[in-house]
Design a protein around this ligand. Structure first.
Ligand code: ADP
Length: 623
């Protein structure tokens, strides 16, 4: 049952047929630019006009000369046909250039679709290796427009060649079925060889996407200032360059294999065409010698066979070229096909939802289990916990106990493998993503900032309210820093994008993240190690302001500093994804169990540190 809503990655291969991809692309171009769509589809009319003139005109000329008609009539006919020919050529040129120009920025449209879809992708999938391949491939398509931009030209040519092939095929077939069959057989062999080459392309394209992802990652981290210090201090650059070269080499090998496959097919095609055309010429010359066809017929059929054959050849070439568009489309459609595990339609009215936000949140986890990926061992095991509305709950445990995983489950970033999570009695499976996200404010340790103003980073999607801003700055302890900034709330963040952006210390960053979490004013606030990088004074301030800052909201406070959780209503101690103890600080100390033991160990460390300082002061005569 659970699989029905748990985030899914459907990896069934070759799901995207060529015909399906073509229909998808046509719809896509139609939505992007109607003019481009029609230019692409109508290109065949002028192309076919001048090709037909090129084929038929020599025969008409031969016939006129044989009839020995008037010279004026002949000149007039040549002039009229010449005019149509020039107009058709000009129209072809115009349509070709216009559509090339229009499709230049097509990949921005693909990127926009990518970014919209990305919002809908479950966080859980982003961490899955198999899914990373899918979205890296799709991003490569969106970012470079690889294959997508050329698609309009390929379709225009395929149409022109296709209609031309039908027309000249009909002319040839009417005159001689053997010749017609011969061309068909040669084309079938070509198509089969093309399919083999396509398979090679598909296989190596997936491999190449993996290498491209590796190269992109290495490029990104080498220019990232955060990674920069580790790269320098641990001399990692040589290793990264080696990996970069390895990936590049594998990519080259992949491209080499693809080109070889298409090259071999091209060679086979040339041999087949040579044999077919040789036979056609031999046959027509013998028919002319027998007198079954006239010289004008000979010239026309000669031209028609040549147009039929070259039409076919270029049709195949463009069908082959279509694969360079078809494969990226398949990759992109695979990404678009990702199912979101969230409920699509709300079961709550706006009033009911507003009431829910005002009321405060009661959260209940019932028999929840969760494991990462295909790992058999659950990280959260048959977990039951009820947090009352307005309760301040401390979640503690050693590293790897499952605290962060539990928080991500409560936030809806992960979905349980089994069991359910209820918010005010509503199963969270029945909430939409937007509803869910509005209810919760989280202070993650690895918070992300947008390369925009400080104020925008704090208020997020909400409106700026000066009083509220002042309140959260005071309660988070960030006010002093904020006031000292020359541009205050207009100061820019993220140096990579804005060279004039400001840098914050770890502690200042943490206060800023806390301010952001408070500004959201959500009925559930989750704080993941909020004091990890704070100095003792800032830490003390946060504890003092905690009750006022959180107000009536329900709060989950994660910390490894046990003393900091004393002001919470209840403490829950996690071990291996299970609750091993719970209660107030005093009751847990009295119990003399695991919590008491951990608390004693930490206190002892602080006592030892205090003792050491006192001894140094004594030795130096300061005590
Ligand atoms: P805590 O926050 O208590 O330190 P976590 O919830 O981060 O613990 O981790 C619990 C367990 O899950 C650990 O054994 C950890 O190695 C594993 N884990 C955490 N994140 C992932 C992940 N993205 N993929 C696989 N295993 C993970």
């Amino acid at each position: 049952m659970i699989d029905n809503y748990k985030a899914t990655v459907d990896k069934s291969k070759n799901k995207w047929t060529m015909w399906g991809n073509l229909k998808f692309y046509l719809r896509f171009i139609y939505n992007y630019d109607r003019k481009l769509f029609w230019e692409m589809l109508l290109y065949f009319i002028p192309t076919l006009t001048f090709t037909y003139i090129e084929t038929k005109f020599p025969a008409v000329l031969v016939e006129s000369l044989q009839r020995k008609g008037s010279l004026i009539q002949l000149v007039f006919m040549i002039g009229a046909v010449g005019l149509v020919y020039i107009c058709a050529k000009a129209a072809c040129f115009f349509l070709y250039e216009m559509s090339r120009e229009r499709s230049k920025h097509l990949h921005f449209y693909v990127s926009e679709i990518f970014l919209h879809k990305m919002q809908d992708v479950d966080y859980e999938l982003l961490e899955k290796q198999e899914y990373q391949e899918i979205y890296a491939g799709a991003w490569d398509v969106a970012n470079t427009g690889r294959g997508i931009r050329q698609g309009t030209e390929t379709i225009a040519m395929m149409l022109a060649n296709g209609v031309g092939t039908i027309l000249f095929g009909f002319i040839v077939g009417k005159s001689n079925l053997i010749l017609f069959a011969l061309v068909l057989i040669s084309v079938s062999i070509n198509l089969y060889l093309l399919e083999l080459a396509r398979k090679v392309h598909k296989r190596y394209y997936t491999e190449i996407s993996k290498q491209a992802k590796g190269i992109q990652y290495i490029s990104e981290i080498t220019i990232d200032s955060a990674a920069g210090k580790d790269i320098r201090m641990f001399q990692l650059l040589d290793y990264l360059l080696k990996k970069y070269d390895e990936n590049l080499k594998k990519m080259d090998e992949g491209f080499g294999r693809i080109h070889t496959a298409y090259g071999m097919r091209g060679l086979a095609n040339a041999v087949i065409c040579f044999a077919r055309d040789g036979f056609a010429y031999f046959y027509l010359v013998s028919e002319l010698a027998k007198g079954t066809i006239s010289v004008a017929d000979f010239v026309f059929l000669f031209g028609a066979i040549s147009s039929f054959a070259s039409g076919f050849e270029y049709l195949i070439r463009n069908v082959m070229r279509w694969h360079t568009t078809d494969t990226p489309i398949g990759v992109f459609r695979e990404f678009l096909n990702t199912e979101s595990s969230f409920c699509k339609h709300t079961s709550l009215s706006q009033t009911e939802f507003d009431e829910l936000l005002k009321k405060g949140l009661e959260i209940e986890l019932k028999n929840v289990s969760f494991s990462y990926g295909d790992k058999k061992e659950a990280v959260i095991r048959d977990f039951n916990l009820k947090i009352a509305s307005g309760e301040k709950l401390a979640l503690i445990g050693l590293n790897g106990a499952g605290k962060t995983t539990l928080v991500k489950l409560i936030c809806g970033l992960y979905k349980p493998d089994s069991g359910d999570i209820f918010i005010n009695g509503i199963n969270t499976n029945n909430l939409t993503k937007e509803e869910y996200q509005k209810m919760i404010s989280v202070m993650f340790q690895d918070a992300y900032f947008l390369p925009t103003s400080l104020d925008t980073n704090i208020i997020g999607a909400k409106q700026l309210c000066a009083d509220e801003m002042s309140r959260v700055l005071r309660l988070s302890g960030f006010k002093e820093k904020y006031e000292r900034l020359p541009h205050k709330g207009d100061s820019l963040l993220v140096k990579k994008i804005n060279p004039e952006a400001i840098d914050f210390s770890g502690g200042e960053r943490q206060k800023l993240i806390f301010a952001r979490a408070l500004y959201k004013n959500a009925p559930l606030v989750i704080l993941d190690e909020p004091t990890a990088t704070l100095d003792p004074i800032a830490e003390h301030e946060l504890y003092t302001n905690f009750k006022e800052a959180i107000g009536n909201s329900t709060a989950i406070y994660i910390s490894h500093r046990l003393s900091s959780t004393r002001f919470c209503d209840r403490i829950v101690l996690l071990e291996n994804g299970k609750i091993v103890e719970e209660g107030t600080h005093d009751s847990l100390i009295k119990k003399e169990g695991r919590y008491a033991y951990l608390y004693e160990m930490q206190s002892k460390y602080y006592q030892d540190e205090k003792e050491k300082k006192r001894r140094i002061q004594y030795m130096e005569g300061e005590a």
